[in-house]
Design a protein around this ligand. Structure first.
Ligand SMILES: Nc1ncnc2c1ncn2[C@@H]1O[C@H](COP(=O)(O)OP(=O)(O)OP(=O)(O)O)[C@@H](O)[C@H]1O
Ligand SMILES: [Mg+2]
Length: 367
């Protein structure tokens, strides 16, 4: 797929701008703090419903304004898909898909699909498990809105059960209250686990192929799913496992005041040969692993939806050595890419379709 319009009003430092990317490589270049990342962030917002930098809508609204508006218009095989989001200070959002208002935020998912690669992703392998879980969650949500809803239900139930755990320390709590939330945790939790099992299976396969190619066969990458509770053979078996363990852990959890396990503790295992790259990978190795994972994300979306997602590269070229840059550029064929950089020389020979200079939120096209 490709997008041909990004319209922003009072979004971050943009007052009112329309950006029309080309189908190939569109470059946004300029000094620091001019609005390059802000533009990519707005596209990511229309892909996932979330900013990759903040969970507070307020920060996305231009200082001094009350409402921010983002529209991204894309073309897929089956026609045009528009996502529009209005953000207000009160935190209430208005979302439209193809000009019709939607009630649930998850309904915007799957219309504009995108993969964002930012410098912090290069540290994904060494970061805390939460970063790798977010990688799984963002990807799976775009592919399956039902996953996104399961996550929402899980997080709500987790919060409720945690509140009960705290209450129970002070005064006895009716066990039935626990039952209610544990039932929801095991139901939504099982959906999440099963989706992650199948997702990581596919991801692992393509990441290991890509990694072998990037390292010219010198390294084998093994990606595994490390669930906090072992998945069963089926959804209902996983659900029963979760329910049983939650019940068993209840007393202990009350003493700790916190849930001791659950899908919010899962991790992604990343190994080079037998070595755990999360603990022992060298800086170069973990960067290559991150690159392989990101590239396989593109491949996976392409396989699942039949169309390549929009690739956004935020300042990553400058963080990669020439060899890895070339590997990345090699894979831009047939993929729409939005690339930001401060130095055009970092583009490693990518064929540029359109180039915009960004200065203080004003874009000038260089021809
Ligand atoms: N809500 C907001 N209202 C107004 N300006 C904002 C808002 N949020 C961020 N900015 C401004 O946006 C600018 C940063 O934009 P952005 O992160 O896109 O920079 P960049 O061009 O990617 O820079 P770098 O090369 O350093 O990554 C800063 O000047 C910041 O003050
Ligand atoms: Mg930036």
């Amino acid at each position: 797929m490709y997008i041909d319009l990004i319209a922003l009003k009072n979004y971050r430092n943009y007052e009112d701008v329309r950006i029309e990317p080309c189908r190939g490589v569109t470059v946004l270049t300029g000094d620091n703090a001019q609005g390059k990342t802000n533009a990519l962030e707005s596209v990511y917002l229309c892909c996932t419903g979330r900013s990759h930098r903040t969970s507070h809508d307020r920060e996305l609204i231009r200082t001094g304004s009350e409402v921010a508006y983002v529209k991204v218009s894309g073309v897929r095989r089956d026609g045009r898909h528009d996502v529009e989001i209005s953000l207000s200070e009160s935190g209430r959002r208005q979302v439209k898909v193809n000009a019709s208002p939607v009630r649930r935020s998850g309904e915007l998912l799957g219309h504009i699909t995108g993969v964002l690669f930012a410098p912090e992703d290069l540290r994904m392998v060494k970061d805390s498990p939460s970063v790798r879980r977010r990688f799984m969650d963002m990807e799976l949500s775009q592919l399956r809105p039902s996953y996104y809803y399961a996550l929402q239900r899980y997080n709500r139930a987790l919060k409720q059960r945690n509140a009960l755990l705290k209450e129970a320390l002070i005064a006895p709590v009716d066990p039935e209250s626990f039952d209610v939330w544990e039932r929801e945790l095991s139901l939504s939790g099982a959906e999440i686990v099963q989706s992650r099992v199948s997702f990581v299976g596919k991801l692992a396969e393509s990441a290991s192929d890509i990694h072998a190619s990037i390292t010219a066969g010198k390294e084998t990458l093994r990606v595994t799913y490390e669930p906090s509770v072992p998945p069963g053979e089926s959804l209902s078996e996983t659900k029963d496992n979760l329910a049983k363990q939650l019940l068993n852990a209840r007393e202990k959890d009350i003493k700790r005041g916190l849930a001791s396990f659950g899908v919010h503790r899962d991790d992604l295992g990343i190994f080079i040969g037998d070595m755990d790259a999360r603990s022992y990978g060298s800086q170069g190795q973990v960067r290559t692993c991150a690159l392989s994972l990101k590239l396989s994300e593109i491949e996976l979306i392409q396989k699942e939806t039949g169309e390549a997602p929009v690739l956004m590269l935020d300042d990553v070229m400058s963080e990669l050595d020439p060899d890895r840059r070339r590997q990345l550029v090699k894979r831009l064929d047939g993929v729409q890419a939005l690339i930001t950089c401060t130095d055009k020389n970092d583009l490693a020979g990518a064929e540029i379709g359109k180039l915009f200079h960004v200065k203080n939120a004003i874009l000038t096209e260089e021809v």
